[in-house]
Structure formats: structure tokens, C-alpha cells
Design a protein around this ligand. Sequence first.
Ligand SMILES: Cc1cc2nc3c(=O)[nH]c(=O)nc-3n(C[C@H](O)[C@H](O)[C@H](O)COP(=O)(O)OP(=O)(O)OC[C@H]3O[C@@H](n4cnc5c(N)ncnc54)[C@H](O)[C@@H]3O)c2cc1C
Length: 621
Amino acid sequence: MKNTYDVIVIGAGHAGCEAALAASRLGAETLLFTINLDHIGQMSCNPCIGGIAKGQVAREIDALGGAMGMVADAACIQFRMLNRSKGQAVWSPRSQCDKTCYRTAMKLTLEMAKNLDVIQSEAVDFIVENNVLCGVVNQFGEEFRCKSVVITTGTFLNGLLHFGMRSFSGGRAGDPAATELSNALSGRLGLRLGRLKTGTPPRVLAKTIDFSAMEEQASEHEKEMFSHWQIPDAMPSTIRRRLPCYGVYSTAETAKLVRDNLMEAPLYQGKIKGIGTRYCPSFEDKVVRFPHHERHLLYLEPEGEYTGEYYLNGISTSLPPRIQHMMLKTVRGLENAVISRYAYAIEYDFVFPDQMRRTCQNKRYPNLFTAGQINGTSGYEEAAGQGLVAGFNAARFAAGQPPEELPRSTSYIGVMLDDLVTKEITEPYRLFTSRAEYRLHIRQDNADLRLCEWAHDRGLLPDEKYRLFVAYRDGLERITQMVKTEKYQGRTLWDHLKQTGGDFAPEKLDCPRELLHLPDGATGERIYRELVIAAHYDGYLDREAEGIRKLSDLEMWTIPHDFDYDAVTGLGSEALMKLKKIAPVSLAQASRIDGVTPAELALLQIHLSRQLREKEAGPRQ
Ligand SMILES: Cc1cc2nc3c(=O)[nH]c(=O)nc-3n(C[C@H](O)[C@H](O)[C@H](O)COP(=O)(O)OP(=O)(O)OC[C@H]3O[C@@H](n4cnc5c(N)ncnc54)[C@H](O)[C@@H]3O)c2cc1C
């Protein structure tokens, strides 16, 4: 067995898998450590990929050559495009996955990747020589040396599981916590760690559920889901059919039961210290925060095609098992439900992300990269997106190349990384479409148009995928030109598309189909859809493009690492403290720091331009 690599990735969750694959695609000799090989790509909570903003991220990962989209498609048991009643800019694909199929397909993807070794082993310490990070030590005392390290340990660092007032050490139910590595991060590497919390609902057995008391939600049958590419033959998919989900409401008795038993909720007894996400509250949080709501919507979602377990979306709780049984008895259709896995909350350590750059690169150790839940985020897609960037930059570092970042204006991944290093993390970070200022430009349908060229230029997107992309992009460009000039009923076809909104099929255009020169098959459909969206948002897209141009002007104002903020007179104490701590790389990033006012930004700009003039004038005599 080799013990020297270019890149070592710790953890094969959603971040670690994409990190290892990205590094190996760039040609870096990569080693992936993980505690349990059978839990690669495990969906710790809901077996679902996508949703609002997360669907956009999954499509971006796919356009960047990542695996998540293909694996999710191979494992799909139910698909829906969310937000169809709203503008196409916020449509988001969401797919319920067969949990086991997802894991198997991801594991095989890793095993087949060139330049990548995967081993079952726990990382417990780091090799640091003269303040330089040189490698990783596993629980057997074996030393592995490398040029860069990516850490993606999820909820495992000092993980503590809460079931009512009882708590157990663990990375998630069924997995051990990573305690030694947490100590090494704060001790050996001297990183600043914090504590966060998340939770999961119970799983129940299908044969004990009365589905007839619930509302069925069938799957859509879209041909195109997450991946822009065909699933390779080697990707194992055991899925034969789509399965429905079911909706049902909790009742006033459920809420009363929870209120009456809050003394057994660790969150309300001060036992849980970590902060949870406001946007994904536990059931007890909902009951306390919204006392006027008598009922809450729950979804029963299948965990797979070959399992009888259902995930009870909407009833995440840390109340003890005894109360969980009683809660289900108050919900129609669940009166006799048998719980197969209890709900619980988990507290874990994370590394404050202001210690890294937008490239996932640590500020103190330039060859250390962190990605996923360890950076204070929550969600599989958020983790995978960061993992891809971290693995990419770890490989670049190993090859002696400078790291690169994705801008906010071209991806949700860029928005997330910029937010993570700029904003203070006080709760687990999740993506929303509202976090992106240019969301008309960064849609789920155009992830490939935004990112494939960039990814291919940098070795992330293989040639065979790139060729498919180029055929599609060139077809779209040709047809867009034609539609803009071709006359139809006295106006251009483009104007016709704009005025009719886009809520129709190509045949309904009431013009010769040859005009569109639609090639057969999916590419033609996609080209048509893209035309309709572009026509629909025509003026708005131009306005957004103007905003992007202004932002890139501010991005050009780079701030050196050693910039002396104390020398800028007039900065308020809050701005001064945050600017020093975050050390923004540009005026654009400084403008997004809470507490830095436009007037303070102008002061920075004046100071930077003075420095620039002095530099151009040369040293004073
Ligand atoms: C109980 C629970 C509830 C959750 N609820 C939600 C939710 O409601 N919504 C949501 O969006 N997300 C939720 N999540 C979070 C979601 O699971 C994560 O955001 C996502 O899995 C993070 O991906 P990751 O790659 O960062 O880490 P993980 O998927 O946790 O993977 C970490 C990997 O690192 C490995 N590892 C850890 N330590 C070591 C070590 N020392 N050496 C080697 N390998 C190591 C582990 O074995 C694992 O493979 C929940 C997670 C849990 C556990």
C-alpha cells in the first residue's frame, strides 16, 4: 500500500466523494479515508436530492463534472420540479432517492475512478512539521504523507446524539463519533471550532401505515432530472418504478402532547448547547414558535424501493422514544404505526468558516481545505458543492497551481462560499434562491451554459461530456440568432415568444416548425425551452447583467492580504473589527460584510486608489 499521495480526503460523505473525484479528475494521486465503506454517500436524513436552490446546486455539480446528479438519477424513485407555478428562474428539481442504491452507485463511482484509492480507516491526527501540514495519521498509527488535505467529516466531530434526556456519543445513528480528530483540529492545528445542532424525524414501517387516510402525491415523469449526461452503463441502478409520497397533518393533540412534555426536550432544558437551523425547525420548535398553528403538514416519503421504511418529513424531534410513539398516535393514518428508527438531535463541532477563503483553502495552512457540514453548512448539495471546489483546489495546490474560485454571478456554489467566508455563521447555513442576487442568471436549466466551459478549461469536465455540451450550446446559439431575426406575422419570432409568455409547446407556436430547426430528441426540447425562458426574461436579464458588470468592477478592486485597515481613518469600530477578521479579497466582498457601510466602503476605495497611485509613482525620493 502506498503511503504518499498528492491529496488526502478525510470522509466519504457528500462533500468527501465530490472532493476525491474532483481531485482525481485533475490527475492528482488521491486517497480517501472513511470510517465505514458501506456508508459512503450515506443520506443521514431525508433520502432526497434537490429542492429549492439545492436543485440548482446539484445541476451545477453535474455541469462541473461531479457525480451527484448522475447518482441521484440512477437512484430516483420519485421526481418533481418544484415551484412550477412561479417563474422559471426559481424552478427547482427535487428527487426522492433509494438510499441504498444511492450509496452503492456512489461507492462504485469512487472505486472506478482513476488515480483514486479508497480505504476504510479513521483519521485521528495530522503530521505537522515546522508549521507545515504534511499528512494524516489513522487509528492504527499509520502515517500517510501528502501535498494537500481535504477534511469533510460532516456531523462526526465530537458528535453527540440526543434522544430525550439521554445522550450518546456518535457521528450519526449507527456510526461512531470522530473525537480524536476534533481534538487534533483544535489542538495540533489550532483552529477555532464551534458547536451546531441538527435533527432528524422517525422512520416508520409501511405495513403499519394507513395510507388511505392521506393525500397521495405521485411522481412526475420527466426525462431530464439532474444530470446533463446519460447514466453510464456501469452506474448500477436497481430502480424499476416510481413511488408516491403522502401528505397528512399533525393535529392539535400532537401539539398539546409536545407542549406538555417539553421538560423532556433536551433543547428546552438547556442540555443542547449547539445552535440549530431556524429554517428547518424541530417539531417542538414549531409548536413553541407558532402556538397559533394547530396543525403542521407532514410528508411520508419512501426511503427506497426495496425497503418498507418511510421517512416522516416535518416531525424532526429530540423528544424521547416514549413520547414519539404517543405523537404518532395523534396523527391520522399513523395511529398504529411502528417506528423502525427513532428521531434524534445531534450536536457536533464545526470549524468557523471565516478561517478559510472562498476557495475552501484554510488561511493558516494553505494546503488544508475544508468542505461540507464541517464548515457550518447543512445539506447534501451544499456539502457536495463545497467538496468539489475543495478537491479541485487541493489538486491545484498539489500541482503548484494557484487556487481558483467560482464567482457569485455564475453559480449558487459561488454564492454559498462567498457567504460562508463573509457572513458570521450563527446557525447551520442553508442555500435559498433569495441568497442569490442574480437568480435570473443562475437557473437550474442553464447550469451547463454557465459552468461547462469553465470546468473543461480546468480539467474538471472530461472531453466526452464537453463534446455533448458544445453540440447543444452551438445549436442553441444558432437557433437563437435565427429566432431573433426571422419574421413571423409581421414581427420577429423572438417578440412573438416574449408576448406569448412561453406557456405553450413548440407546436402551438402556430408557425412552421422548420423555422426552429429543432433537432430530434431531448436537445431540441431543451433548445426550445431555453429560447422561451430567454425571451420571457429578456429585459430583466439585461438589467441583471448590468448589476453583474458593476459587481465585477468592484471585484477588480483587490485588497492585498497585508492591507493595513488601521491606516484608513474614519472606519467605525465594528467595520474595522470585521474587516480585519474576514480580510476580504476585494471591495465587492467587503461590501457584503454586515456592518460595513457604503461610506466606509468609499473610504476603503479612496485608500486603495491612493496606494495604487503611490505604487505607480514608485518609491519616494
Ligand atoms: C441526524 C441528522 C439530521 C440531519 N438533518 C438534516 C436536514 O434536516 N436537512 C439537511 O439539509 N441536512 C441534514 N443533515 C445533514 C446532512 O446529513 C449533511 O449536511 C450532509 O450529509 C453533510 O455532508 P458531509 O459530506 O459534510 O458530511 P457527512 O455526510 O456527515 O459525511 C461525513 C463522512 O466523514 C466520515 N468521517 C468522519 N470522521 C472521519 C474520520 N476521522 N476519519 C475518516 N472518516 C471520517 C464519515 O464516516 C462520513 O462518511 C442531517 C444530518 C444528521 C446526522
